[in-house]
Design a protein around this ligand. Sequence first.
Ligand code: BES
Ligand code: MN
Ligand code: MN
Length: 462
Amino acid sequence: MENIKAYVQEHKDRFINELIELLKIPSVSADTAYSHDVFETADAVKASLEKAGCDFVEICDTPGYPIVYGEKIIDKSLPTVLVYGHYDVQPPDPMELWTSPPFEPVIKKTEIHPEGAIFARGSCDDKGQMYMHVKALEYMVQSNTLPCNVKFMIEGEEEIGSKSLSWFVERNQEKLKNDVILISDTGMISNQQPSITTGLRGLSYVEVEVTGPNRDLHSGLYGGAVANPINVLAKMIASLHDENNHITIPGFYDNVAELSLEERAEMAKAPFNLDNYKKALDLNDVYGESGYVTNERNSIRPTLDVNGIWGGYTGEGAKTVIASKAFAKISMRLVPNQDWEQITELFTKHFTSLAPAGVTVKVKPHHGGQGYVTPIDSIGYKAANMAYTETFGVPAIPVRSGGSIPIVALFEKELKSKTILMGFGLDSDAIHSPNEHFGIFNYLKGIETIPLFYKYFVELSK
Ligand code: BES
Ligand code: MN
Ligand code: MN
């Protein structure tokens, strides 16, 4: 694999330009106004897989957005790597906070990315990381070094819950058969210290609606005499955490897998600087569940967060009104052994019970998924670590992430294989935020590292 470095150096401008073209298509899955662009992106991904050297590529229609499937089977007796990624992106709003338009990619230098980073929605999550795999395949095909079979499954609904992918995986177990699943849709500690994501949190996402009077009322004529749904909703939400920031839903922690002190001590060895963390976010202090440090709060502990809250008058000036309804979107991040459907039920039961007389409450579940943890003694983990060690010069550190890729637990259940999460993004890359970017260093390093994973995985499989 001596040549991969040289290959990347020789073709890097083209690699960057191809990614930039892909990033120009606004494949926002959450908003139907972009539906045409989401389909167009699937076509672009298909074309890129064909060009990179897949023998067979197809657009698989689903009840929702299509799944791009591609494969190169060189010998049925060799192992098969299944690459998963997503071509859909988060909505770009709030637009006014972008320093350049989200779908007009530009390269800018930052403190963390002195070699430049591509600024665009989806640059890191996940078009850029997904495309590293396409270019890694191109290299292996061009240099005749692909050591095993490869399948690609790139979906367009990850950011909205992967409904169609569940449907697809359940119906295509034979087609998707593999020995390991490889995903780049997470992050690493820093450009000097690679890490491998060994855990993802589960998720339950719900929307709540509190209704008071049957119409908006004059807040002077009625204020004080009827329940104000916004006041009530705020009170209900506030009661979901106690003074230690524990979640108060009965049964919520029942199945939480607690880590041993040894495991927590091991976790604490990962480099982390609280001052830098606060500085990066302009915070005067961190906040969270007592008894746990920041890196535990955001990975091994379950959480409950309001993602959006609305109701009443939010326009210019003042309007004196008691709204008829108030709403909130609430996510719960879950840890291994918590079942997202059970948690959704516990939430619904508890939240409904909190409603005082004078209002009615509705809870609408959106989507969810189970958490995931993967062992560090698997062949896949070892191969990934060997690959990182070679390209970064230091071994990777195992890290449990706070994010969710709910489909990973389903892969294990349906396809019976382990997932290796080789992420190349950084926390500071602002995924889901304005000014999302992906370092050129990270993009090229990913392309360099992936072929080594294949090499070592096949060697260790023998
Ligand atoms: N790629 C992210 C998840 C992620 C990012 C995991 C960084 C670990 C580190 C993924 O696209 C994502 O945003 N997932 C959603 C869940 C989904 C069901 C909407 C999330 O975590 O909010
Ligand atoms: Mn993603
Ligand atoms: Mn995402």
